[in-house]
Design a protein around this ligand. Structure first.
Ligand code: BDR
Ligand code: CA
Length: 332
């Protein structure tokens, strides 16, 4: 079977880390490029994290290009402001789910020979699309800023995109604000551009990602493999469970935790992992007082508008965790 060529656009982040491990170590995927975008942390930090993860897991051959350091329209500190606001309104821990570094809970070696390539993310993505014989699947796991600019700057290359499998949005799962999910909230205008692009989209929003909750058993299984990738993954999963559950206390999770971004990769590796999904019309709110970036899903099909997004609701937990373990074990 031919490998599926993909580009992962990310803002690591613990769950982005898991997404990268799945993408780089699944025999089904051929990762042509990793790009970074500011979101969970500044562009500088998330790019450093991406380089550290790829080097540590033995994926030095995959080029990394740095992308946008702010949303298309919103303030540069939009994400930091959102995290600070959350802390003001609840007793969540400092620095949010990913900590000060964006990957709290694991210390990477200080020296990393892996560097970003000279050209920026949008240009690098365009180059991959132009040069690839096969169409490319995009897997964005951060705000959609880079992908939206790619669509706007290179409309002639849209037809070279097979599909977009993204982590973002929510349909019926209420998180901080109704309809709010971090990635779509951080860059609503970019989200709108992507969702209106006509490119086939599969959306792994909170409905899907909170249906896949790992626990200590999964961490122990991964840790039982003695390679350094499995060690790193298990330490970061442990740290993320603590940070996530103490940041979003009202969700009431204690011994289980989602691993959002990994869902968007897992579904490309093995579409049969999706056990429930529906084609829906999804609009993006960009002018609201309360619901900026909301993915407004017409889940009862009341408006009768064209279905632009496959919204995933549920995934096969057991096989998902098998995949996390297998890909971690295949790493360096
Ligand atoms: C998304 O926000 C980030 O914190 C995670 O990395 C994930 O991409 C979940 O809402
Ligand atoms: Ca992310």
């Amino acid at each position: 079977m031919n490998k599926i060529p993909v580009i992962v656009d990310c803002d690591p982040g613990h769950d982005d880390m898991m997404a990268l491990v799945l993408a780089c170590h699944s025999p089904r995927l051929d990762v042509k490029l990793v790009t970074t975008v500011s979101g969970n942390k500044s562009l500088e930090l998330v790019t450093r994290n991406a380089l550290n993860v790829l080097h540590y897991i033995g994926a030095d051959h995959i080029p990394v290009a740095a992308g946008c350091d702010r949303p298309i329209v919103r303030r540069k500190d939009h994400a930091e402001a959102a995290i600070a606001e959350l802390r003001r309104h609840s007793d969540s821990i400092e620095n949010g789910a990913h900590g000060a570094s964006g990957l709290d809970g694991f210390t990477f070696p200080e020296e990393n020979p892996k560097k970003v390539i000279e050209i920026r993310a949008v240009e690098a993505m365009a180059q991959v699309l132009r040069e690839s014989e096969e169409k490319i699947t995009l897997i964005p796991t951060g705000p959609l800023t880079n992908v939206a600019l790619l669509i706007r700057c290179y409309p002639n290359l849209i037809s070279r995109i097979e599909k977009i499998s993204l982590m973002g949005g929510t349909c019926q799962f209420v998180f901080t604000r109704p309809f709010m999910e971090f990635n779509t909230f951080i860059d609503p205008e970019a989200t709108k551009i992507v969702f209106e692009s006509g490119i086939p989209i599969t959306m792994y929003g909170y409905d899907a990602t909170y249906s896949v909750l790992y626990d200590q058993t999964v961490i122990d299984r991964i840790a039982s493999h003695k390679n350094q990738t499995s060690y790193m993954v298990s330490e970061l999963l442990k740290a993320f469970m603590y940070r996530h559950n103490n940041t979003f206390k009202w969700l009431g999770l204690t011994d289980t935790c989602p691993i959002h971004d990994a869902c968007a990769v897992a579904g490309v590796i093995d579409p049969t992992l999706v056990t429930e999904s529906k084609m829906l019309h999804v609009d993006i709110e960009t002018a609201g007082n309360y619901f900026d970036g909301a993915t407004v899903c017409d889940y009862e099909d009341i408006l009768g508008l064209p279905h632009n997004v496959e919204v995933v609701y549920r995934m096969d937990n057991a096989r998902f965790f098998d995949l996390m373990e297998e890909c971690s074990a295949r790493g360096k």
